[in-house]
Each structure stands twice: as structure tokens, then as C-alpha cells.
Design a protein around this ligand. Structure first.
Ligand code: RIB
Length: 282
């Protein structure tokens, strides 16, 4: 049972509240929290380390029961400071090594290699990776995965071109799509760090009359609901977002329970899977 007299609110601090991936994570966490008599307060760091720090300050002040967080601050400084507040936290979707603690994530290197291998198996000899902000370890790890797939196929790293974007949203995907159209030679295979980027790229290619997958094969990441409903159903590397939210909330509730000490560094790493659809197979 939960210690009496403390807050019955768990805070969930995500990178982008408009991203359906985090809505699914929140849905999973909320069900587990509710079954434990707790409520979930959803906050958005908008990928900003400063906004993350402000929210962590609010959680300290409000003495929430615990925090689930997808860190925006890749240095781990924000969470290291927050640890002094003695409020348990679990990182979701990323492991921040310096912050210790429990975490639930997916092996994004495996995820990137699934995407890379799939495109190479389709006969593509060069890949463009639309990366999102490379200070996020998820985006770095997905790139590492593509490089691993190239190496396993005996191909040189220069077969990979990285287009970094400042955000991981549809608008950044549209901008990346315009950049892709200006490349020479034109790419034939594009892997995006998440589905929102891929949907933006798809929109830009459609507007330019470029056919997907006949002229450019496209792969996303997360497998959000809209991926399968896109104009050309999107091939995507699936993250079990609802399950990640559930597991993270379960870990956190254990952390706030009587036998908390046993769980200090429990790291759950789940495996992604490739869901192949029309956007990547000619
Ligand atoms: O928030 C950016 C991305 O990181 C999400 O789409 C999801 O892939 C997470 O891992």
C-alpha cells in the first residue's frame, strides 16, 4: 500500500505532448497509476532542458509522489539535482547514465539497424537519415543502428547521409522533405527518427509529385496510430509505447512503496520490431 499523507499525484514529463508516442506512454502509465489510487499530471518539456528544470522545480515544491520523465537534458544535470529532493523518478524512453535510477526504454540501436537493414534488403545502396536533434540519445542510437546495418552489409559509412532537424515534428519533416528534393543525386531511401518527421517528409514529397515508395522509400519510427493510416501506409519501427508507460509506472510505484531500496537501478530495455507497410516496398 502507499505511504499515507503523501501526494497521490505522479508527474509525467514528456518531450512533446503533441507526439502520439507520448500520448500512448501516458495512457499506459495512467491506467497503472489509477489502479494504485494515484493520478497522473502530464507536463511538456518541449525538448527544452530549461523548461524541464522548471517543471522539476514545480514537482519538488508540490512534493509529488514520483516522476516519470523523458529527459530533454542529455547531460543528466537536471535529474542529478532533482535526486536530492528524494522524490523517486523513472526515466522513460531514454536511459540517462549519469542519473542512475530506474528506466524503461527500447534498444534504439537495434531499432535503427532494423530500418537500415530493411532498406538495404530492398536494394537501396544509399540511405538518408532525417535525425531530429542529435543531442537526444534516441536520435544518436538510431543513427548508430543504421551504421551497424551498413557495416554488416559490407558497405561504407559514407552510404549514410544525415539530415539533422531541430525538432522531431511534422513541420521539421516537411522542411527535411524540401531539403531531400534539392539533393543531387536524389535519394531513393529515407529513414526518419520518428513517425512525425516521416509524415512531414511524405507530405512534402507528395506536394512535389514524388512517388513513395516508387521514387523514394520511407521508413519512420514509433509506429504511432497515424502511421498505418497515412496516405501511403508508413513502414515504421514499432516501440511498445503503452507497455513502456505501464512498466515505468509500475517501477515508480515500487520505488514509492515499502521495499523501494530493492529497485534502485532496474533498467528495462524492450525490443523494437519493424512493421513493414507500403511506404518502403516497391
Ligand atoms: O520524442 C521524440 C521521439 O523519441 C519519439 O517520437 C519517440 O521515438 C522517442 O523515442
Amino acid at each position: 500500500q502507499l505511504r499515507a499523507g503523501r501526494s497521490r499525484i505522479i508527474a509525467l514529463l514528456v518531450l512533446d505532448m503533441a507526439n502520439p508516442f507520448f500520448v500512448d506512454v501516458a495512457a499506459g502509465a495512467e491506467r497503472v497509476a489509477r489502479d494504485a489510487g494515484l493520478g497522473v499530471m502530464l507536463c511538456n518539456s518541449a525538448q527544452s532542458s530549461d523548461e524541464e528544470a522548471e517543471y522539476l522545480g514545480l514537482f519538488s515544491e508540490q512534493r509529488v509522489r514520483g516522476v516519470l520523465v523523458t529527459p530533454a537534458d542529455t547531460s543528466g544535470r537536471n535529474l542529478a539535482g532533482f535526486r536530492r529532493q528524494e522524490i523517486p523518478f523513472v526515466t522513460v524512453d531514454r536511459v540517462v547514465p549519469s542519473a542512475e535510477g530506474c528506466s524503461v526504454s527500447v534498444d534504439d540501436v537495434v531499432g535503427g539497424s532494423l530500418a537500415g537493414r530493411h532498406l538495404l534488403d530492398q536494394g537501396h545502396e544509399r540511405i538518408v537519415y532525417v535525425s531530429g536533434p542529435l543531442q537526444l540519445s534516441q536520435c544518436q542510437d538510431r543513427r548508430t543502428g543504421v551504421l551497424r546495418a551498413l557495416a554488416e552489409a559490407g558497405l561504407d559509412e559514407d552510404r549514410l547521409t544525415v539530415l539533422e532537424t531541430r525538432k522531431l515534428d511534422v513541420s521539421a519533416g516537411r522542411d527535411a522533405g524540401a531539403r531531400l528534393l534539392g539533393m543531387s543525386p536524389r535519394p531513393t531511401a529515407v529513414f526518419c527518427a520518428n513517425d512525425l518527421l516521416a509524415l512531414g517528409v511524405l507530405q512534402a514529397l507528395f506536394a512535389a509529385g514524388v512517388s513513395v515508395p516508387d521514387e523514394i522509400a520511407l521508413v519512420g519510427y514509433d509506429d504511432i496510430e497515424f502511421a498505418s493510416a497515412a496516405a501511403v501506409p508508413l513502414t515504421s519501427v514499432r516501440q511498445p509505447a503503452v507497455r513502456m508507460g505501464r512498466l515505468a509506472a509500475e517501477l515508480l510505484i515500487e520505488e514509492t512503496g515499502p521495499d523501494a531500496a530493492d529497485h534502485r537501478h532496474q533498467r528495462i530495455v524492450l525490443q523494437p520490431e519493424l512493421v513493414v507497410r507500403g511506404s518502403s516496398i516497391a
